[in-house]
Write a protein that binds this ligand. Structure first.
Ligand SMILES: Nc1nc2c(c(=O)[nH]1)N[C@H]1C(S)=C(S)[C@@H](COP(=O)(O)O)O[C@H]1N2
Ligand SMILES: [Mo]
Length: 313
């Protein structure tokens, strides 16, 4: 049987060796400090996209069976590339994420525009296997590669005014054709309290199944908050802002009575249009019970001691 090479699986010969990659980065830095615009232009069309190489395996794992990679990369919610489950894979094929930058702003000591590899050091990547529970009552188990968001935020030195963290997806209707229709308030926005953002389970992810993040899953960088409904795990992030007030979030702006700011997985609080008691695990036949906080109750319940979860859904 011939295994077709997937688009994001680049062959060994195409991979830039780490040392060469670093040299090139140093070169680019040096060239820009001497104002070498011509030198930069002369440099071969270097593809400065984020690539997952080595990472620490199995830092957090689960007994649940991992969902097949084929399912996780073919059945997606990513409205920037269409609202059908199979649209994102098809419509994001040519989405380019080279030279991706993230603008950090708001209440912190180190605001600025960061290249992705400066924000997420490739040497710090680790694998974490998490459940992902969509608000639509299906779920998956995904081996992510990333870094704890908290470790990145700490380096940005939030000030005491920072009570929330707001995230924004790229807004570019040419590159993200789904944004040509007003299905949501673009750009896609999400947010967490600072305590949620700093929680050790919260992950900024650049890959899955040991590989670089496929476009349809949120390349080159997306959030993963395993105890919240999937829509909190915002994809293709270009903005991180520390705020004093609770940030606006796209789903809440669209349908506030259905999608709250917290959106913690909770089998006791039904969606106004369907039950949240059970879920369909992709690849399984029988439905499963949905677990409080998606099975992460022990780790995260303490964040909500002072909150009435039926009101703050
Ligand atoms: N920018 C953006 N992020 C997004 C979405 C989206 O439409 N746009 N969909 C969300 C929803 S509803 C879910 S369930 C997860 C799905 O992630 P996956 O496709 O990697 O499984 O991404 C979330 N992040
Ligand atoms: Mo979702």
């Amino acid at each position: 049987m011939i295994k077709l090479k997937k688009r994001w699986e680049i062959s060994e010969s195409e991979v830039t060796p780490e040392s060469l990659y670093r040299q090139r980065r140093e070169f680019i830095k040096a060239a820009s400090t001497i104002g070498g615009a011509m030198l930069l232009n002369a440099w071969p069309a270097a593809n400065a996209s984020y690539r997952v190489g080595d990472y620490r395996k199995g830092v957090i794992s689960l007994d649940d069976e991992i969902t097949g990679e084929e399912d996780v990369t073919a059945y997606n919610n990513f409205y920037e590339f269409g609202t059908g489950k199979e649209d994102p894979r098809e419509n994001s094929k040519r989405f380019m994420t080279d030279d991706w930058t993230v603008v950090v702003s708001g209440a912190c000591e180190k605001p600025g525009t960061y290249g992705l590899e400066d924000l997420i050091k490739p040497s710090e990547l680790e694998e974490r296997i998490y459940r992902l529970r969509c608000v639509e009552a299906w779920s998956m188990v995904i081996p992510w590669v990333g870094v704890p968001l908290g470790s990145i935020l700490r380096e940005l030195q939030p000030t005491s005014a920072a009570r929330y963290v707001a995230f924004k997806t790229l807004h570019d209707p040419v590159r993200m054709p789904g944004q040509q229709r007003a299905v949501l308030h673009w750009p896609y926005r999400e947010g967490l309290t600072i305590a949620e953002a700093m929680h050790p389970l919260t992950l900024l992810s650049v890959g899955m199944y040991g590989k670089t993040m496929p476009n349809q899953n949120g390349a080159p960088v997306r959030l993963v908050v395993p105890w919240k409904y999937g829509f909190k795990s915002i994809k293709s992030i270009v903005g991180i802002e520390f705020t004093e007030v609770q940030p606006l979030t796209s789903w809440n702006m669209s349908i506030p009575r259905e999608y709250g700011f917290y959106s913690n997985v909770n089998p006791e609080v039904d969606h106004p249009r369907w039950s949240q008691k059970r879920e369909r695990r992709i690849g399984e036949i029988f439905k499963r019970d949905t677990l409080m906080f998606n099975g992460y109750e022990e780790e995260v319940a303490g964040l909500y001691d002072d909150l009435d979860l039926s009101v703050n859904f």
